[in-house]
Design a protein around this ligand. Sequence first.
Ligand SMILES: *Cc1c(COP(=O)(O)O)cnc(C)c1O
Length: 387
Amino acid sequence: MDPKKVRPESIAAQALGWVDDKTRAITPPIHVSSTYLRDPDNQYRSGRVYARADNPAFDQAEAVLCQLEQGSSALLFASGMAAATAVFQALSPGDHVLAPKVMYWSLRNWLMNFATHWGLQVELIDMHDPAVLQSAIRPGKTRLVWLETPANPLWSITDISATAAIAHAAGARLAVDSTVASPVLTQPLTLGADIVMHAATKYLGGHSDLIAGALVVRESDDAMRAWWQKIRMVRAQLGGTLGSFEAWLLLRGMRTLYLRVRQASASAQRIAEHFAQHAHVEAILYPGLPGAQGHAVAARQMVGGFGGMLSLRAKGGEAAAIATAAHVELWKRATSLGGTESLVEHRASVEGAGTPAPADLLRLSVGIEDAGDLIADLEQALARAHA
Ligand SMILES: *Cc1c(COP(=O)(O)O)cnc(C)c1O
């Protein structure tokens, strides 16, 4: 398959058209070896040494993801957190980084606790406002700008091109957590980002059966190539390496990525519109609604939909939100997102003190069930919670 001649849907569906030379198998085997044979003359001509550093089980999934994101190289990690933290750990103590106030909670926690103790100067700002970024960035001092769009759990939108321009003018790099958009809806590297990160646990895997992470890079110059080598070394040395079976599951999941994300996005749009003006709903947070923060930017940088994630703020506050979650039957009460099954979660309970999530907020991850069934189930749960 010549990836330049076909659309990404075809690349994903056939995992780049790979066929095993020896057996003619259309799906790859699972390589489980932890170690590789050294040549008699003491060389490692295979390029493989030990599976903490690298594993043939990663080759296809990394190649597919690299194509979908239009990058120059990709790395799989043991989790989204392992991928994200590797980017920061390849910096040096004393470096200044900017990250959003509203972002994936566990990463924010790690930045504010571990990373600052390790010596990074972490500053959290309202990343979706370019004027705020412009005044916070320190030319020559800020090494990295990190953004997430749409951002957990309010689904605020940040303009990737505008942020990249400001970061680059100050000599900083831009990394984008694009987990929620997935490569189906947004390709941050084509909008000026240097690194894109995915919790592959979510849409890329897509079946709630694996924990994995990924980074894709655009090695635009020597400094970026050197940073990428350091990130690769962080994976090998800290050991945030994916398992072989998880890599295989990820490759299988990505074959249906486009079908799943488009279905989830279309259903999320329908659900958002249905509940936007509803007697038991205070507000729907979804970038696909015309009044939403960043809707115009999202319409530009997300192609073919606004994603499968939205939040519902229940009338009646925290108790009504938790009662609504208690009464769903088809939706499942669970954390995570991006799977085939729809999930509902009271975010403030998970995040605890300091959370930007309002107490009345339910985070909804829309799966690939029938949208009418999902709407009917939420309708009855809201009615019972408000009875
Ligand atoms: C889940 C998630 C992560 C972390 O990924 P894990 O695989 O759980 O470590 C990071 N960012 C976003 C936006 C996520 O949804």
